[in-house]
Write a protein that binds this ligand. Sequence first.
Ligand code: ATP
Ligand code: MG
Length: 869
Amino acid sequence: MKSKDIRKEFLHFFETKGHLIVDSAPIVLKNDPTLMFNNSGMAQFKEFFLGNGTPKSNRIADTQKCLRVSGKHNDLDDVGKDTYHHTMFEMLGNWSFGDYFKKEAIAWAWELLTEKYGISKDQIYVTVFEGDKGDGTTLDQEALDLWKEHIAEDRILFGNKKDNFWEMGDIGPCGPCSEIHVDIRPAEDRAKVDGKSLVNMDHPQVIEIWNLVFMQYQRKADGSLESLPAKHIDTGMGFERLAMILQGKTSNYDTDVFQPTIQKLEEISGFKYGVDEKTDIAIRVIVDHLRAVAFAIADGQLPSNTGAGYVIRRILRRAISYGYRFLNLNEPFIYKLYPILKAEMGDFFPELVKQEGIVTGVIREEEASFLRTIEQGLNRLNQIIEQLGESKVVPGDIVFELYDTFGFPADLSRIVAEDQGFTIDEAGFEAEMAKQKERSKKATALVTDDWVVLDDSGNETSIAYDNTEAEIKITRYRKVKNKKGEFYQLVFNQTPFYAESGGQIGDKGVIISPNETIEVVDTKKENNLIIHFVETLPENVNGTFQAKIDVSKRNATTNNHSATHLMHEALREVLGTHVEQKGSYVGDDYLRFDFSHFSKMTDEEIALVEQKVNEKIAEALPLVEKRESTMEEALAEGAMALFGEKYGDKVRVIRFGSSVELCGGTHVKNTADIRLFKILSESSTAAGIRRIEAITADTAINALKDAEKSYNDVLVALKTKNDAVKAVQSLLDENAALKKQVEKFIAQQAKAEKETWKAGVKAINGINFLAIKTNLDTNTAKQNAIDLTNELENAFIVVGTNDAVKPSITISIAKNLVQDKGLHAGNIVKEIAKHINGGGGGQPFLATAGGKDVNGLDASLKQAEEFIQ
Ligand code: ATP
Ligand code: MG
């Protein structure tokens, strides 16, 4: 069965069981402070398990793009070394939200695997949760009894909390689970060793493929469990592992999911897969990481220096360095694998087709720049090794610095060191790594208490589009601690505060009761809740408050947001429709917009975009807002859906004239409110991605005022009334003329001085020797020394410049002396410059050294004579 058909069959099967089939959520998560990437099928449904939202259907199935490279689920270290853990993988899953429970979940999993996919029943083992004393849970008898209806009892194993109790995080919904394992060893091996003993023992051919989680608890902050009012089913099956089983292979990499890219890599590198374990690992790492990086970029996560972007950059660099080390690939190559991936998976994941230009451009650029880094790192390391001399051990902090600042992998340092008979201080390196882990743990550490629920009616609505203040009540609150300190998070029954999202910052403001005023320092969204951050908890949390947002900040932000839309449209008009949004920040201070475009914008293009936006402002276009559009209507109107964005059933459409966008942000009632739009800068953030920063309204007007003031200051300084350019030009001309004159004077003076030098030349051992101090500058003195050497025979000229701050010494020796007497100006100057506390060097016939202590000049000149005695 082809992998495409395996996926299709799964979705079809659950469709026939009454499930709604949905798309995979983006691989990169936004608006979830607890998770960077989707790491399981259930992540996109978290809010439903938490009771903060209602799903479209209480039965859903899909295949979810997952990435397990950070946080609680991190498989990175196993990837490539084993044959069944990936960074990016697809998780096939079916869900019940308060609908069916264990009976159906178990029966259907069994039916699908044994009847539809035809996996032999005597290769399957299942596990059941045995209970945990600490948690006060007992054996999952219900699951055990249900399994007994399908599978021989001796194929049911009991598992502990580690394997059979699934939790998405430290707190939140959780429950016991049943895993399904398949033994794919050859029949002889199975006859010899009972597969039972190999379940959950990291055996590459007795592996877990499906986990059925029975969500029935909520883990609280104090570690205790509470029963959930509604019980849910959450299952996840590894697509690549399933393909391995159904295609009769013993490694995920031997399936049609990976073979095409492996073959391409064989072609590019000239190395065959399956010959040598070391190169095999490298090949597996590369074809695995390609998928992780490609899917993340296609979903809008570009490699960067922070957060999720940094994780993606590190994964890509890991692949590059495996290629560099084991496959001798020292030119960009990963981007060349992408077309194969696209051909294989683009049908089901159209983002791979649509984003091809960006994905390959970004990967190629990252590859090229990291390969340069590797070269620099090699040079640096070689320098260090040269200086180490006797010790033969590269210190751990240096290996760490190379790794941390330059991204130079430690294993590469190790190899380079070993090649030259050195080792690296492994313990020291590990210690530095541990320190860094601790630092980043501290930086992201978040301690969250349980919610204290005051009103569980579930009415927690946003009225931010239409209100800047409202009477509110607190429905729940909790304490959180992060690196910035201790906060309380409040949720209101209704709120005028806009929660940070879609690039737009969250509102600030206050809530006021008759006896206190509490400042709201930020507003964010988490699992569909709007959370207000405050530093102190109100005394009377049950009271009624007047909530007021900071209107001037909000208005400034709103101006920037609407201007962003106008600019987006203008960019597409000026540069072309390949321009697509790749990221944005909309604050009260400025706006930043990242978009796809392959070359630097010209000054004319920037001016034209600015002009077009200002024209739309002048046209005073009214806002046309549709809060409850269907996606079809919105697209028909001309709105563009972005990849990597998760849209609900209903979308909000924002229109100003011909600018139409899907947007959840706040907007001006009329474009005239924006008043003025000014681009501050245009730059590049990654291959094929440009960034514009701009300002609007008062900020833009004030910026122009400031510019005007500086201009006026310049006019005053130039003592001119109007034409600054002309005045500056004439200053420049005058300056150039003066410079020429000065150069001429110096040349004359130097020539004259050179004549006086001649008088001081002494004949010593057949050499015309001169050591002299001068007030000329270094370059002129040097030229004089050279000229004099040419005029005299057998000359040896030493000139010291008498400069209190930067004295220098130049030595010029006739070439025949260099040959006959073995003199070396470079070596001599090094020696004599010690008196002026300096250093330098050069060729045998000409060398210069700069120093710091002019008082030593006489001693230097005196010592020079010793070299010809
Ligand atoms: P394992 O113990 O093999 O790491 P897990 O217990 O971490 O698996 P779950 O979190 O239960 O796995 O995920 C459900 C299913 O997803 C697993 O049964 C497996 O088939 C698949 N899976 C999990 N992690 C990976 C991975 N890194 N690469 C590929 N498939 C995976
Ligand atoms: Mg795992």
